[in-house]
Design a protein. Structure first.
Length: 356
């Protein structure tokens, strides 16, 4: 197995092009909600197709609510590992703040073993907060929990005896954690960053690459964060670290078809989350603006490829993951989107970047 890995300053051939899903609960052919169990089986089939068609990576996001099925992404990734050969297997994200870093490390080290070295942990604080109450954590400790647990996870990657203490977890004294991986850097990891300067610098301090979650607005507005990321590496004497980008989208045969397919599902999903967070309902005009010039990569293969190539150039990114599942869109449309992404978008992105 020769898994692709992100390399800072990647050439078009080295660029990692991946896919991401939260296991959104979808509709069946009759327009009824599928069961969580069926959605999980569909996610496995989507990943198997992505692997067969040459997609570089698949990441599964952890949530604990009724509109998403993925509460234990590592278990689903292990099922995918048994049916795939080359695709990188990650989370997008693992909510480290409300989990135990030792157990997280053990799970990913195990996944890395059974997948022959394809596991990746994308670690984050979580933009959804339902896991904090579920697992008994205080939201007042939101920042402190992530900072402390990330520090421990970074220490565990050394895979030697760990002596560590903090306020939110029992101390460790010369403790080994098993299984050991076959990777020189331990479990491969990224830090999911929403765009605060402190998070960017922390990624460099920890020596764990940054995955920018860009979910709205012109991607170029994140250029200062990409520049800060690289400046911090120089100032801290780090070797060049890769930069990843994660954004939502959908691919269909034509621009009009892609937008019409995505809009009703996008609207329901966005308005539910917006109601929880005090946002006004979205509009078709807002959706169209995001599709035209924001961070919604929706359209024909050529349109999506042009948009991805532009973002990769602007941010000098080494990886781009398309969140292909958005709301209740049916499984068949997701499979078609994956097919077009793999067979038409990915080669076109590499072609555009090679020519620039």
């Amino acid at each position: 197995m020769n898994a692709l890995r992100a390399v800072a300053g990647a050439t078009p051939d080295q660029l990692i092009l991946g896919l991401d899903t939260f296991g959104d609960v979808t509709l069946d052919d009759a327009g009824a909600r599928k069961t969580h169990a069926q959605v999980l089986r569909d996610v496995v089939e989507q990943a198997v197709l992505a692997d067969r068609l040459g997609v570089d990576a698949i990441t599964l996001g952890e949530h604990h609510r009724d509109d998403f099925a993925l509460t234990s992404p590592e278990i689903v990734l292990a099922a995918i590992a048994g049916r795939t050969e080359r695709i990188l297997l990650g989370t997008g994200v693992t909510v480290l703040s409300s989990d135990d870093p030792v157990r997280v490390y053990e799970r990913f080290a195990t996944l890395d073993a059974v997948s022959s070295g394809r596991a990746e942990a994308v670690l984050g604080r979580g933009s959804f907060i339902e896991s904090f109450a579920l697992f008994g954590y205080d939201l007042n400790d939101y920042d402190a929990l992530f900072s402390e647990k990330l520090d421990l996870f970074a220490r565990l990657r050394e895979e030697g005896p760990v002596t560590w203490s903090g306020q939110h977890r029992a101390a460790l004294v010369d403790q080994h954690v098993y299984p050991k991986t076959e990777q020189p850097e331990g479990v491969r990891a990224w830090i999911g960053v929403g765009g605060s300067p402190e998070s960017v610098v922390r990624s460099v301090q920890m020596g764990i690459p940054m995955m920018l979650a860009i979910i709205g607005g012109d991607p170029s507005r994140f250029a200062p964060f990409a520049n800060l990321y690289r400046k911090a590496q120089r100032e801290l004497g780090r070797e060049a670290m890769p930069l990843g980008v994660h954004s939502p989208g959908h691919v269909a045969d034509t621009d009009a078809e892609a937008r019409d397919q995505l809009w009703p599902h996008f609207e329901v999903n966005r308005n539910r989350i917006g109601a929880e967070r005090g946002w006004p309902n979205t509009t078709r005009a807002e959706f169209e603006r995001e599709a035209d010039s924001g961070s919604l990569y929706v359209g024909s293969p050529e349109t999506v490829a042009q948009r991805i190539a532009s973002t990769v150039r602007t941010l000098a990114a080494d990886r781009f993951d398309l969140k292909y599942a958005n709301g209740t869109m049916p499984h068949a449309l997701l499979m078609r989107s994956i097919e077009l992404y793999a067979t038409e978008v990915m080669p076109r992105v590499r072609e555009l970047l090679a020519a620039s």
